[in-house]
Structure formats: C-alpha cells, structure tokens
Design a binder for this molecule. Structure first.
Ligand code: SF4
Length: 466
C-alpha cells in the first residue's frame, strides 16, 4: 500500500486558476496499480485538483484497490470507514473506489457503502475526468463494463523523477485457477509500439534514467497486435519491442515484469544478453515445485521447463538475478508436494521470492474446490518457506561482498539523510554514503560505482568509489 505524497507533481501544471480542491490517492497492490494511480493523479491535476497533505483533509479521496488475496481486499473497507464518517460532516467530499475490488464488486460495493460517488474498474482509469463530470452532475457512477483502454494523453504524476513505470499490456488471457486478475482486469490489450516509444522518449526528455515495462503476463505482449513475418514468426513480441525502444537517448536502464514461464523464449534471453541497457534481473513466478499442483493451477508448464529457463539465463547471463512468486497450500497440496517447492527454492537459489499462502478468490475455479488446506497448515508452510527464502537470499547476496556494483541513485534514505538509496542492475536495493571520500556529493539520478561492504538478505550497503 502506498499513500502518495510526491515532490514532482506540480511542475508545469499551474492550476491555480481552476482550483477544484484537493485530492488524495491511496494505492494497494501491484506495480500495475501504481502506474494506474500515477495516471489518475495526472488527470486530477490537469482538472485543477491539488494534492492534499493528508487523507483526512482531501476534498476527493480515491482508493485504488487490490483483490489478489482476501486480506488485500478487506483493507479498503477499513479505510472507507473513516471517510464515510467524514462525509457526514463534509457532504461535498468525493469518495472513489477504483481498481480490482471495484471491478470485482461493482454494484454490490454501492449497496455496502452507499456514500460512494464512483466505482470504477482498472480499464476505466484513463476515463476518470469523464466519470467525475457525471459525479459533478449529481450522479452516483459505476464503470465496470469491458472497455477498450484508450491511449492516455494526460501527464502521469509520477512518484519518482528517475524511474518510470510504462504499461505495455493490460489484462490477461491466462486462466490460472487461483487468479482473480483475468476477471478484474479483462482480456489482454497491448499498446502500440509507437505509443510506448513516445511515452519513453517523453520520460527521457524529463530526465528519467530507468524504465520498467509492465504487464501481468508481459511475454504475451503483442499477441493481440497484427504482424506475422514472412517466416511465420509473430512480430511485435516483447523481444521486438526491447530492440525497438533500446536506443532511446537518455534512458540508461530497461527492466520488465512480470514474465510467464509458459511463453518465455530463448530469443528473449539472447536479446537481454546482447542489449546493454537491459538489466540483468528476471522476475519469473514458478508458483509451485510440483507438476501435479502446477497442472491443477493451469499454469501450462512443468518445473523441468522452468529450471531449463533459469539454466539458460545463467548460461548466457551468469551474473543475472532471478526473483519469483510462490503460493503455498494450494488446495490439495500434500506435504510432499510442498517439499518439492522448498527443493526448487534451494536448487535454484533465488535472489528474492514473493511468497503467499493460497487465498480463495471470487470467480476463480479453485475457490470452490473441496480439498482446501486448513489455516494452521497454511501458516506453518508459509513460515517454513519464508525462512528458507531469507537464508537463500542472504547466500545469494554474499556474492556482492567487496565487489563494485553500479547503483542508480533513486532518492535519499528516509532513515539516514547522509545516505542515498537505489538499485544495482540486478535489482538489489543498495544504501550508500552520498559523500565520496574526496567530498564529491552524489544525487538522485547519478549512476554510482559502489563497493559493497555489508550484505543483508534483501539489501546491500556500500561506499561510493571515485
Ligand atoms: S498469468 Fe495467471 S497468475 Fe498471472 S495474472 Fe494471468 S491468470 Fe493471473
């Protein structure tokens, strides 16, 4: 969950003339939601809203929600509770729920929270101004119908001035039996390569140094775009896009997430090994180490195929870091099948693994299955996995000790203003003194050579070298 308070927002957007009041956006969930919130904030600012300094002072409050697990969904209701109380004394307060809970609940959310003014699904993020004009005409609005996502012309209000999220494909056509994303984000919609390139060129002109291409299943990019080559190969793939945007001046680093093992290609790995700006980090969820469980998840690959991908990456890019996502206690998962997952984590040695216990979600096949795992077993397996993940990550991080890494300084360390924080090309969070031995002062946006002198499971510390 991120409560947005940005430094960059007001540059170039003088709205003192049509001051519509203040807004506050709270974002739950994934990077796709963060990118949507940045665009919605941009729309509000262009409409004349200014960012509030506190959620409880804002004239318009927007919760951009997540429903990937039950606890994520429940969070928004506690936040809404205090705004509903405010609305009793501040009747002009505009209350908006956006994102995946809005899409999942739609009309029933209005029945549950009748004080809401607008309930809008993720596909409608770019239509916020239109929807708000209906609210300003006194309507209570629900926007959850399937919708062709329009190219967004507004200036996103980005949280960083160094690193930018760039959506390249919305939605997902897969049918993983535990996942709510297809039912709340809809079918795949790829953006045109030229629109993506223009957005990145615009970011480069504004001084951004790094971009992350985003998609729920990024390897599916372009499947819905025309273009088959003479050899019958699909053009407009993620790999083609990386070549197409690689040489944009000013951008130093390119990242992408989230990959899908079913569609991950050697051609993509070769491109990443060849193109200097593509960072040596891959985020490829494997979810379970057991083929029977993967089958019931409808993931569409075997663990052997997954290992071959990692082997190929480490053959062509030995220094690469690999992170993943894992779900434990999927319905019917036996102790032995869980052990298979632990074995894969040990064998591959991930730099980071995002872990979760299975959470039955509405409109997903596995939620209705009878072989649900009891809560205490879920908790025990998650604890055991998290311990292993931490141990493995620390072992992996030991390879950086006394090594010099290039770190892109992103911002001051909020806990120590003598330090900057940023990430290595392998996506390791790194803290370092902003003052060098010769009193040179580094700043956000600088690419700094840092000698690592301290390692932790999920971050590094070091000293800048001239
Ligand atoms: S690939 Fe599967 S897990 Fe990922 S968003 Fe699509 S349906 Fe969900």
């Amino acid at each position: 969950m991120i409560s947005t308070k940005s430094q960059s927002s007001y540059k170039g957007l003088d709205n003192s003339l049509n001051n519509r009041g203040s807004y506050w956006i709270t974002t739950f969930g994934c990077q796709m939601n963060k990118a949507d919130s940045e665009r919605m904030a941009g729309i509000l600012q262009e409409m004349g809203y200014q960012e509030a300094d506190n959620e409880l002072n804002a004239d318009l409050v927007l919760y951009n929600t997540c429903t990937i697990r039950d606890n994520a969904e429940q969070k928004v209701y506690s936040y809404l509770g205090r705004q509903v109380l405010r609305k009793k004394t501040t009747p002009n307060l505009k209350l908006i729920v956006a994102g995946c809970v809005a899409q999942q609940e739609g009309e029933s959310l209005l029945r549950r929270v009748p004080e809401l003014d607008l309930v809008m699904g993720p596909q409608h993020a770019n239509r916020l101004e239109t929807l708000l004009s209906q609210v300003d005409n006194g309507q209570q609005v629900i926007a959850t119908e399937e919708h062709q996502i329009l190219e967004d012309l507004t200036t996103a209000r980005r949280d960083s001035e160094i690193c930018g999220w760039v959506n390249i494909i919305y939605g997902c056509n897969e049918r993983c039996t535990y996942c709510v994303v297809p039912s709340v984000r809809g079918k795949e919609q790829s953006r045109k390569p030229l629109s993506i390139k223009k957005e990145i060129e615009d970011l480069a002109k504004k001084g951004f140094k790094e971009i992350t291409l985003l998609g729920q299943n990024i390897d599916a990019y372009g499947r819905d775009l025309p273009g088959i080559s003479a050899s019958g190969r699909r053009e407009n793939t993620l790999t083609d896009l990386l070549y197409y945007i690689h040489d944009i001046p000013g951008i130093e680093r390119i990242r992408f997430a989230t990959s899908h093992p079913r569609y991950f290609t050697n051609r993509l790995i070769e491109a990443c090994a060849t193109l200097p700006k593509i960072c040596e980090h891959f985020h490829i969820p494997f979810q379970s180490g057991n083929n029977e469980v993967l089958k019931r998840m409808s993931r569409g690959y075997t663990i052997e195929k997954y290992k071959r991908i990692i082997y190929q990456i480490r053959t062509l890019i030995p220094e690469a870091s690999v992170s993943s996502d894992v779900i434990v206690a999927f319905p019917g998962e036996t102790e032995a099948q869980f052990k298979n997952t632990l074995d894969v984590v040990k064998e591959i040695g991930f730099d980071q693994v995002n872990t979760a216990a299975y959470s039955p979600r509405p409109n997903t096949p596995s939620a209705t299955w009878s072989n649900q795992i009891p809560e205490e077993i879920k908790v025990a397996r998650l604890r055991e996995l998290n311990l292993l993940v931490e141990t493995t990550a620390k072992e992996r991080n030991s390879r950086y000790l006394n090594k010099v890494e290039e770190v892109l300084a992103e911002k001051l360390n909020p806990k120590d203003s003598n330090q900057l924080m940023g990430r290595t090309r392998t996506n390791r969070l790194t803290f370092f003194q902003k003052q060098s031995a010769r009193d040179y002062s580094y700043k956000p946006g600088d690419l700094v050579k840092v000698r690592i002198n301290q390692i932790r499971p999920f971050s590094l510390t070091g000293l800048p070298i001239e």
